[in-house]
Design a protein around this ligand. Structure first.
Ligand code: NAI
Length: 446
């Protein structure tokens, strides 16, 4: 689905008209292409803590142009504000205002990243206030950024350093074009687990990955992205989608498994397929999902049950089979596709939101179980993504849905896929039980 309006306002005349009438001016987002630099322009690391020093030194070792102080009027690629030792709300002012002084120099597609610690681990009410203050600050700042720039925050658990593998993996993701549609979000790194990437261009090399609902839409994009990042792919979809599934499987040099994931033995079938061909399974991506929208007053049993079965009950059963299997033991990763509807709610989607809220609950509760095998489970929650599903929304509603976010446009299936590839990587091992929104900082609801 193309966004004709965004295309028009990025041409000379359209841009002028939109500006004069005060209409949304969605920028062309900086998206990842293999071989492109991580970011263009210097990165300023603000903050005077050992954590800030160590992070700056690490980024220098990536051959990035790193500054501890901004040079006025120099176009910047990113500003990282390290606030890992704030003890009182008054401590925020100095580093934050130092970053503020260079905000006008942030280039198109620039990045703001805060690095702080969760308020829930604070030792005193004043420290909790300072830490929670970062949340309000970052979410507001992200709404002030322009020209496709985004702001996101990293929360480091007590035993996690700014240079722990998971923290560095998240910094790399947020700096890169892979996070183009992730905006105004926080990601917690809960442990120092994970390994530095051996090959940053192919972070999934040697990994065996399954993606459900892979015949089209977001699932096909996930298959392409994981394949591009080096994974060997197994693609699952219902038999009725068999032709499309075979096409995508050929394209990514993977294999196709025609399977309805609501079957009782779906987990077993997936394992058998992967083990017969590859000896094991490393990455499970639960993407298949359906909508059967109706106001709750008009909801029937079949609409309610089918959505619950496909979107959450099947995932629970498949996970149970995988977690019990000795063939899912090599730094296993599960990534599920939730939805902002399951977090903020959406009119006409009580069944869908119950299922997607269910995904969030399932991910959080499964995190300690998979951690026991050295693995992780996380979810991504897409907002408005340009797919066949959203193309079916009536025009006026669709226009509202796609503009009501800080980036004033819908995301692409590839934006969801990039976030999944990041969470599935070895380096992201310290990120477990998290839900990361890919929604351009959707303004609707919670
Ligand atoms: P889609 O409808 O284009 O594709 C879904 C795929 O899942 C289809 O190929 C379908 O055949 C397959 N599938 C459905 N039931 C299945 C079953 N029982 N067994 C195996 N495969 C099955 O949907 P889209 O837009 O690509 O969405 C993918 C995921 O992203 C879904 O979980 C959806 O809820 C979620 N999502 C999508 C958003 C959007 O804006 N498009 C927003 C938020 C979440």
């Amino acid at each position: 689905m193309t966004d004709t309006y965004a295309h028009l306002v990025n041409q000379g005349l359209g841009r002028n008209v939109a500006k004069r009438l005060g209409l949304p001016q969605p920028a062309v987002l900086r998206r990842y292409r293999p071989g492109q630099p991580l970011i263009t322009g210097p990165i300023v690391v603000q903050g005077n803590t050992p954590g800030a020093d160590n992070l700056a030194a690490e980024l220098l070792s990536w051959d990035l142009d790193v500054r501890r102080h901004a040079v006025p009027k120099e176009k910047l690629g990113a500003i990282i504000v390290v606030l890992d030792d704030v003890a009182r709300p008054e401590d925020l002012g100095k580093p934050v205002l130092a970053a503020a002084a260079s905000l006008r120099d942030l280039g198109p597609g620039g990045r703001i990243i805060t690095v702080s610690r969760p308020a829930s681990d604070a030792a005193t009410p004043a420290q909790a206030a300072a830490r929670q203050g970062v949340d309000g600050l970052l979410r507001s700042l992200a709404k002030e950024l322009r020209a496709g720039a985004t702001g996101n925050g990293l929360l480091l658990a007590p035993n996690v350093e700014t240079t722990s593998p998971g923290a560095l993996a998240a910094v790399r993701f947020f700096l890169s074009g892979r996070s183009a549609f992730v905006d105004g979000q926080f990601l917690t790194v809960s442990t120092a687990a994970g390994e530095p990437p051996r090959n940053v261009e192919k972070p999934l090399e040697g990994r065996i990955a399954v993606v459900t609902g892979a015949a089209r839409g977001i699932g096909a994009a996930i298959a392409r992205t994981l394949h591009r990042d080096g994974a060997t792919m197994v693609l699952v979809d219902i038999p009725a989608a068999g032709d499309h599934l075979a096409e995508v499987a050929n394209e990514v040099k993977g294999t196709a498994l025609q399977l309805d994931i609501t079957r009782d033995d779906a987990g077993q079938r997936i394992l058998e397929h992967a083990v017969q061909r590859h000896g094991r399974l490393d990455i499970m991506v639960h993407n298949a999902g359906i909508t059967r929208d109706k106001l709750l007053a008009n909801m029937d049993e079949s609409r309610w049950n089918s959505v619950i079965q496909v979107n959450i009950a099947a995932q629970l059963r498949i996970n149970e089979a995988l977690l019990a299997s000795e063939h899912f033991r090599s730094s296993p990763r599960i990534v599920s596709v939730a939805s902002t509807s399951g977090i903020a709610g959406n009119r006409g989607q009580t069944n869908y939101a119950a299922s997607k809220g269910g995904v969030v609950g399932m991910v959080r509760a499964t995190a300690p179980l998979i951690a026991a095998h050295g693995g992780s489970i996380n979810a991504v929650a897409p907002g408005f993504i340009e797919t066949e599903m959203t193309a079916r929304i009536p025009f006026a509603l669709r226009e509202v849905g796609r503009r009501l976010n800080s980036l004033q446009q819908g995301g692409q299936p590839a934006d969801v896929a990039e976030t999944i590839a990041f969470l599935a990587s070895d380096a992201a091992g310290g990120i477990n039980g998290e839900v990361l929104r890919v929604c351009g900082q959707n303004l609707v609801g919670a």
